[in-house]
Design a binder for this molecule. Sequence first.
Ligand SMILES: [Zn+2]
Ligand SMILES: [Zn+2]
Ligand SMILES: [Zn+2]
Ligand SMILES: [Zn+2]
Ligand SMILES: [Zn+2]
Length: 497
Amino acid sequence: MTQSDSLPNEIRHNALLQLLANSLVLNHTTPYLSSYDVLNLAATSRTSRYIVYSTPHIFSRLDLTTVRKAQYIEEKSGRGGEPDGDLTEDDVYSGQLRRIFKSLRCLDILRHVQVLCLDGLSVTSELVHEIIADPTYSVKILSIRNVKNMNEAKLRAALQYACRPSRPEGTPRLKGLYVFGPRDSDRPALTSSSSGASTPTSTCSSMSWDSSMGDQDPEAWYAKRGAQFPQVLGGSGNATQKWAAWASTLVACHGIIAFDAVLCTGPRHMNSRAWGTVDVEALNAASGTPTAKDISIHAVATHSLGGCAGCGSAPEGWTIWGEEPPSERDPYERRASEGGTLVTDIGRYPLLAPPPVHSVSLKSAMCPTGQSVYTRLSQFRSKGEQARFIPRCYDCIRDRYCAGCNKWWCEACYVGPWASLPGHGEVSRQKIADLARVSKSCWECGMNCRDCINDTQRMCNRCGGGYCLIHNEGSNHTTCDWCSARGRAGVRHPELY
Ligand SMILES: [Zn+2]
Ligand SMILES: [Zn+2]
Ligand SMILES: [Zn+2]
Ligand SMILES: [Zn+2]
Ligand SMILES: [Zn+2]
């Protein structure tokens, strides 16, 4: 029993109000409350109502992902989600959210919302277009990861339209869009946090959240190497087309809207700092991969790499947080004339999850953990303390990257297995395999380096067949899965094998 428990309710309520009237306390507590709770708090008394409604930036961040009314329930329409009569598809699929926005508009809250999270909800491209274009919205950072009923082609068209060269000055207000990554509740680390007071990982300030990072996923791009969006990449052929379509959108929005992905900086693409510095013809000839020639002029990076195993860097260099903007070739050859210093950062740095909790600034949405939002300060950090990565598309690393240990060899250090073979003519597969830095021994392991192959691939002592220790379940260091199973079961059910 603490002393405060014995105090009358009225005094305790007043003490709480005094505490909340302190804007610092209010600003740091409300982000952890749902909008519903904030409105409930406002309803408790006239004073609390005054405090809440006179501090409109309380509503600068609105997360509707957990609001029950925002969920689109298919059965509810009784039409299996199919639009009918006067209702358009958009009315049906965005109806729930439109009703919420309407009441927020009536409460005069909507225009204060600058960070809006709609992850996993039913969100149409028309609604996103409205959020971007309608002046009653002020949304600067929008998160629509894993949303349902989205027509992606229409969404891309809406974004490109918003960023068209003839757009009115000062538009679009939208500066950041989370659309590629997994929604935060899908990230195991965040759901496992026991209380609402989980520490935000992307608000970086000078304080370090390292103590809480132990059980978290490594931060996308800067700490997590390899494939960044495995959930999207799983789709194979369709996924390739999807990424190609997004590349031109990222180019169109470059310097205007930041995404949770960036363009590949590999020297095969026009936006690369190393464009023209490597002999692409020689690379194509040496790769032995027929698709190598078809690499598009721009591509979305799907992988984050560390330095090349040969030279420790890449032809285009690293993307370093806080680095002076390089005299990078703008994909549109535009000058950075949008006003403000941030233009050069938009498109260069990815937005990091989760969307910012205590801030509505784009810089804090991009700022890696432990780094300074004031990017100029980051320049004074030593190399080891820098947050950096090399963004690449899979086409650029297909035959030079090991999916097992994320090791890779850049275009300057390694041209391809065919490079050292003059007249290609009759070359044995074995010879090529010996010359290649990465090769495929197991379908599921994908391209692996020699070290990883030595670690995972074995020859069976009994049948002489090759197998993978990871993917041939039931195998051991001397015997393949099939022979081990036969060895054990052979006594009882020999007829089954
Ligand atoms: Zn290299
Ligand atoms: Zn690429
Ligand atoms: Zn490896
Ligand atoms: Zn394998
Ligand atoms: Zn065997």
